[in-house]
Design a protein around this ligand. Structure first.
Ligand SMILES: Nc1ncnc2c1ncn2[C@@H]1O[C@H](COP(=O)(O)OP(=O)(O)OP(=O)(O)O)[C@@H](O)[C@H]1O
Length: 268
């Protein structure tokens, strides 16, 4: 933490000359930036430009080969307040081979909030139900997550993050494989989170319905930060730095979402 910052005033995320390598091959090349509390920021770039790797490095999920990153002024290895962070990974990893239900996966998002060895409180249950409703999956709550389409599984991951009532969201391609109506509903959810003061970091290959929310885009090209500012104006459906992007989920789901109501815990 810098001498002038504290855990409450430091940027939500900062990176200083951050380098990430896989098998000694650098895929993120010495990037530096800060993301302030309450900002909504998108990482843009083509497939393989390093967006996911950089966001995972910001969360300490992959190690840096040099440089440093901080979460709220603290290096990830010393950061303890993980309940503040809602991470939506690019693909469903929760559950694995275990036949978990949608509700179980979403409830796992409250683990950092629950008191050890205590049964779920009424507030825990309400947070899970509210998160399920927000992504339009209340009616699928007792189904196995493996019976859902890729787009629906993506919404389960978003609900899991919402259930934890974090104030910092990191969402890796939250719109991937989600149909247009559901994308608009998710955009509304994200707008609401942002309006309530949450920090929202999005990995996107195109802005789509999120465009009005994104005032700042950090653009990556082959691991280098090549842009930091207002996002490029649309010139077509996929006229974005990642226009050649391959969607990870081909099976977009078709269920429209309920209008979400989300509460973000305020920290300031
Ligand atoms: N676990 C890994 N091991 C080795 N190389 C990896 C690994 N993960 C990603 N890479 C490589 O690192 C580079 C950056 O990948 P990354 O997934 O971060 O890019 P991205 O911009 O998020 O792309 P996409 O939009 O396709 O997810 C790519 O060349 C990719 O092949």
């Amino acid at each position: 933490m810098s001498p002038t910052s504290s855990a409450e005033t430091a940027p939500a995320f900062s990176a200083h000359d951050a380098v990430v390598s896989y098998d000694r091959r650098p895929v993120v090349h010495g990037v530096s930036f800060e993301i302030a509390r309450g900002e909504t920021v998108a990482f843009l770039g083509a497939n393989g430009s390093g967006k996911s790797t950089l966001t995972r490095a910001l969360l300490g999920l992959v190690p840096l080969s040099s440089g440093h990153v901080e979460i709220c002024g603290v290096p990830p290895r010393r950061f303890r307040d993980w309940a503040r962070i809602g991470y939506v990974p690019q693909r469903l990893s929760a559950g694995g081979g275990v036949p978990a239900t949608v509700r179980e996966i979403v409830a796992s998002g409250r683990i950092n909030r629950r008191r050890r060895f205590r049964p779920a409180s009424a507030h825990d249950r309400a947070a899970v139900t509210g998160a399920l409703a927000s992504v339009g999956l209340l009616d699928r709550a007792d189904d196995s997550v493996h019976d859902l389409s890729g787009g629906q599984q993506q919404r389960v991951l978003i609900a899991r993050a919402l259930a934890g009532e974090p104030d910092i969201f990191v969402m890796d391609e939250p719109m991937a494989g989600v149909d247009a109506a559901s994308q608009r509903a998710l955009a509304h959810t994200i707008e609401e989170l942002s309006r309530q003061g949450a920090t929202v970091v999005l990995v996107l290959h195109e802005l789509g319905p999120l465009e009005p929310l994104i005032g700042r885009a950090l653009t990556l090209d082959q691991g280098a930060l090549v842009g930091d500012g207002a996002p490029p104006r649309p010139e077509g459906a996929c006229a974005r730095p990642g226009h050649d992007h391959v969607h990870p989920h081909a099976d977009a789901d078709r269920t429209p979402l309920a209008v979400p109501v989300i509460e973000v815990s305020r920290r300031d």
